[in-house]
Design a protein around this ligand. Structure first.
Ligand code: NAP
Ligand code: ZN
Length: 355
């Protein structure tokens, strides 16, 4: 066991504070990773504040992890000390159900183990995530990072990147397709970049007029202010696919009406309160589909990282110190993040040393 500095929250209404955790000694299949950067996902906030009613405390969030390998178990094949690696939202799964066998561990029928808030055999009972100095992970859940620079900006690919890449691929984003991305936050800005790189015609829907120029810079061909019914009406019945990343409950019909026959809208946002039910007629009249998607499997996450390295895609980030995490959460709630906070983990290590 190694004692490791971290930031944890002890209850839904408490801020994140310095907290020491234990990491297991690497087993034969494990990779020990010194964490250099960790992205801040809205799911971290939902979890820290128990908005999904399933948080185990103390909670150490963080599932957009990039770091350096410091040790490997004796049976590890794919990684060596000094490698730059990533860890996303999962650290384990059953490995034998149909989904795991298909490489879709994110849909493990026995439930995957989340990087944080997941069940663990270790004494503390729940996994601790990337707001910490290091982590020990089975090599099956460790990703290769081939980007040569901007490592901090690679971190958000491990959740925001794969969560948007997977449905865009599944629903065939590419040349000749009109694709909508709803919400320009951490997930949304990756959705815009990825759909653009896949060759689709990309339309960004935002509630924030000050994000229009950024939306175009990031790769949107058109930007629609979703609060303006006249702008929305112009796109009625025209989309092949809409990826909805909004983190709050809202009217889904406003977007379903924009799908063409056989079009689909996929929800990836996971708000605390449910959306009002959409109108059934909006679906049946054009055989439209409303779907959901959860992160992506390990094989597809590696594919996404390699795609991004090839196309020079990283996240647009604002680097923060670990101690600024509570302010960052408040700003995220105001949609005031351009477009992902990433924690420089050296600040945590320095803080722990000074304490
Ligand atoms: P984020 O950075 O906070 O972005 C969410 C965006 O949604 C905001 O920037 C804003 O964009 C828009 N928005 C926020 N409140 C809104 C409201 N009341 N009405 C309309 N639009 C609103 O969050 P994120 O990290 O991208 O995460 C988004 C959601 O996805 C969260 O619920 C998160 O838990 C979930 N998530 C799901 C998965 C999955 O596997 N399915 C994975 C990761 C995260 P504009 O300013 O452009 O309107
Ligand atoms: Zn996430």
């Amino acid at each position: 066991m190694t004692r490791t500095p971290a930031y944890a929250t002890q209850a839904a209404d408490k801020p994140l504070r310095p907290h020491a955790i234990e990491r297991r000694a690497p087993g034969v299949h494990d990779v020990a990773i010194d964490i250099r950067y960790c992205g801040v996902c809205h799911s971290d906030l939902h979890t820290a504040r128990n908005e999904w009613n399933n948080t185990l405390y103390p909670s150490v969030p963080g599932h957009e992890i990039v770091g350096t390998v410091t040790a490997v178990g004796k049976d590890v094949q794919g990684f060596k000390v000094g490698d730059t690696v990533g860890v996303g939202c999962m650290v384990d799964s059953c490995g034998h159900c149909d989904s795991c066998k298909a490489g879709e561990e994110n849909y493990c029928e026995n439930g995957f183990t989340g990087t944080y808030n997941g069940p663990t055999q270790e004494d503390h009972g729940n996994t601790y995530g990337g707001y910490s100095g290091n982590i020990v992970v089975d090599e099956k859940f460790v990703l290769r990072i081939t980007h040569e620079s901007e490592l901090a900006a690679v971190a958000p690919l491990l959740c925001a990147g794969i969560t948007t890449y997977s449905p865009l691929r599944h629903w065939g984003a590419g040349p000749g397709k009109k694709i909508g991305i709803v919400g320009l936050g951490g997930l949304g800005h990756m959705g815009v970049k990825l759909a653009h790189a896949m060759g689709a015609h990309v339309v960004l829907f935002t509630t924030s007029p000050d994000k229009i120029a950024d939306g175009k810079r990031l790769g949107a061909d058109e930007v629609v202010i979703s609060k303006d019914p006249a702008q929305m009406a112009k796109h009625a019945g025209s989309f092949d696919f809409i990826l909805n990343t909004v983190a709050a409950s809202h009217n889904l019909d406003a977007y379903l009406e924009l799908l063409k026959r056989d079009g689909a809208m996929c929800l990836v946002g996971a708000p605390e309160h449910p959306h009002p039910s959409p109108t059934v007629f909006n679906l049946i009249m054009k055989r439209r589909a409303l779907a959901g998607s959860l992160i992506g499997g390990i094989r597809e996450t590696q594919e996404m990282l390699d795609f991004c390295a090839k196309h020079g895609i990283v996240s647009d980030i604002e680097m923060i110190a670990m101690r600024d995490i509570n302010d960052a959460y408040e700003r995220m709630l105001k949609s005031d993040v351009k477009y992902r906070f990433v924690i420089d983990m050296q600040t945590l290590k320095d803080e722990a040393k000074a304490a």
